[in-house]
Design a protein around this ligand. Structure first.
Ligand code: GDP
Ligand code: MG
Length: 142
């Protein structure tokens, strides 16, 4: 256990945004006790997404992922709190929304739509290094 306050980058992806789930995601973040440090609605560019998903370049789901993520608006959020990176990943649940446990965002609200990419409502940073890198992409002035 550490006691260092962290920030994490959360995105409500185009599927979640289009379904009006931004408020539900924010509700769960705040109910958990994390605070909001920044909030914006934006339509991601392919350039932003290439940076954001650089680690996945070359994987079979990369192109469909960039296509999907640039297909509409997202809500970008910087959350803050002790161990919020790990904590939000727990709130989000497993990557595959079918396998994600009930009680999680993906488990409660997501499903497999038979598409080339897993539409799974949210993104959350997976490490302090990723969080710093991703926050700079979505909130360069923060
Ligand atoms: P996350 O950290 O749980 O979001 O998962 P990853 O960083 O591994 O992958 C990024 C995103 O790519 C996921 O949230 C999914 O939208 C998509 N994705 C990841 N793995 C797969 C896969 O095996 N198949 C498909 N179709 N999409 C995937
Ligand atoms: Mg990831």
């Amino acid at each position: 256990m550490t006691t260092q306050t962290e920030r994490s980058l959360v995105l409500v992806k185009p599927d979640g945004f289009a379904r009006g789930l931004s408020g539900e995601v924010l509700r769960r973040i705040e109910a958990k006790g994390y605070t909001l440090a920044a909030l914006a609605v934006t339509t991601p560019t392919r350039e932003q997404l290439a940076e954001h998903y650089a680690e996945h370049e070359g994987k079979p789901f990369y192109e469909p992922l960039v296509e999907f993520m640039s297909s509409g608006q997202v809500t970008a959020i910087v959350i803050e709190g002790n161990r919020c990176i790990e904590g939000f990943r727990a709130l989000a649940g497993a990557t595959d929304p079918t396998a994600a446990l009930p009680g999680t965002i993906r488990g409660d609200l997501g499903r497999d739509w038979g598409k080339k990419v897993q539409e799974n409502i949210v993104h959350g940073s997976d490490s302090p290094e990723s969080a710093a890198r991703e926050i700079a992409i979505w909130f360069p002035n923060l």
